[in-house]
Design a protein around this ligand. Structure first.
Ligand SMILES: O=C(O)c1[nH]c(=O)[nH]c(=O)c1I
Length: 309
């Protein structure tokens, strides 16, 4: 059974990786991912300088997922550049997530990635929902266009964007039109958490997380239908780009659905946070079993081949 899928022309040993922000803040976590069955991995979104992030509690498990308002805690971009220098790229590709607080910060970080000649692939995070006072770039279509134009002219290599979920067909159309004007945008990662949800503790009649009066990004099972829709919407609208699926994956069936909807790689967030990097072995085995039952020898036989009625 060939579980490998191709991404930007390179075969991956498995179509699985972590979602940025989960199990990838510090070297010990990055090392564990490098040693895991994941076919690729991504660093925590970084800012120019180190950040503590929001006050705790800032993550909480929910019955069908998670709520988080981490607030972009990270070790600063140089820390991840240092990791990228040591990473074994023959073992698995590394994605480098960037979420600068300003366009200038993004340009500074991207220039340093460029100068580092690192093989890491840039995943530009345009969808962090949890920095108070910072609206998501990807929900401001003019700002999105400007950022992509600036990064495209400052960065000479292919890169990708991490998008928030959209909920309106007109928005899929408009964002895809913008993305298709940037040929350097080689991949699109859908979705980031569904921003600014709220969950309540019945006993204490209180919110679950401290930042932003309890408002935070929703992940896990709750977001699977929205994630599949965004993967398929951009898969259909951006035929020259690869789609990385993220959102609601906890079983081989969920992985299969993301691949069928058009994803080349599937990222794991909440379930990885809860279960740790052993999850990749389980998901690989579950996907292999599903493929066997369906008579598929390779992922290419069904990838993107979702049928309509
Ligand atoms: O609060 C965070 O650090 C965070 N949390 C998310 O759910 N998505 C993001 O892109 C980020 I940068």
């Amino acid at each position: 059974l060939d579980l490998s899928t191709f991404f930007l022309g390179r075969p991956l040993t498995a179509p699985l990786m972590n979602a940025s922000g989960v199990w990838c803040n510090v070297n010990s976590q990055l090392h564990a991912l490098a040693e895991s069955e994941a076919g690729a991995m991504v660093t925590k979104s970084c800012t120019l300088l180190r950040r503590d992030g929001n006050p705790e509690p800032r993550y909480h498990t929910l019955t069908m997922g998670s709520i988080n308002s981490m607030g972009l805690p990270n070790e600063g971009h140089q820390y991840y550049l240092d990791y990228a220098e040591r990473h074994d790229y023959e073992n698995k590709p590394l994605f480098f997530s960037v979420a600068g607080l300003t366009l200038d910060d993004n340009l500074t970080i991207v220039a340093q990635i460029q100068d580092a000649y690192t093989p890491a692939l840039l995943e530009l995070n345009l969808s962090c929902p949890n920095v108070p006072g910072k609206a998501q770039i990807a929900y401001d279509f003019d700002a999105l266009d400007v950022v992509l134009a600036e990064i495209s002219s400052a960065y000479s290599r292919p890169f990708g964007v991490k998008l928030p979920p959209y909920f309106d067909i007109a928005h899929f159309d408009e964002v895809a039109d913008i993305l298709n004007r940037y040929e350097k945008v080689n991949f699109i990662t859908c979705i980031n958490s569904i921003g600014n949800g709220l969950m309540i503790d019945m006993e204490s009649e209180t919110v679950l997380i401290k930042p932003k009066q309890g408002f935070g990004g929703i992940g896990g099972e709750y977001v699977l239908p929205t994630a599949l829709a965004n993967v398929n919407a951009f898969y259909q609208r951006c035929p020259k780009k690869s789609i990385i699926g993220c959102g609601g994956v906890n079983t081989g069936e969920h992985v299969f659905m993301h691949l069928l909807a058009g994803a080349s790689i599937v990222q794991i967030g909440t379930a990885l946070y809860e279960q740790g990097p052993e999850i990749f072995e389980r998901l690989k085995a579950e996907l292999a079993l599903i493929m066997q039952e369906k008579g598929y020898k390779t992922i290419r036989e069904f990838q993107g081949k979702l049928k309509t009625l």
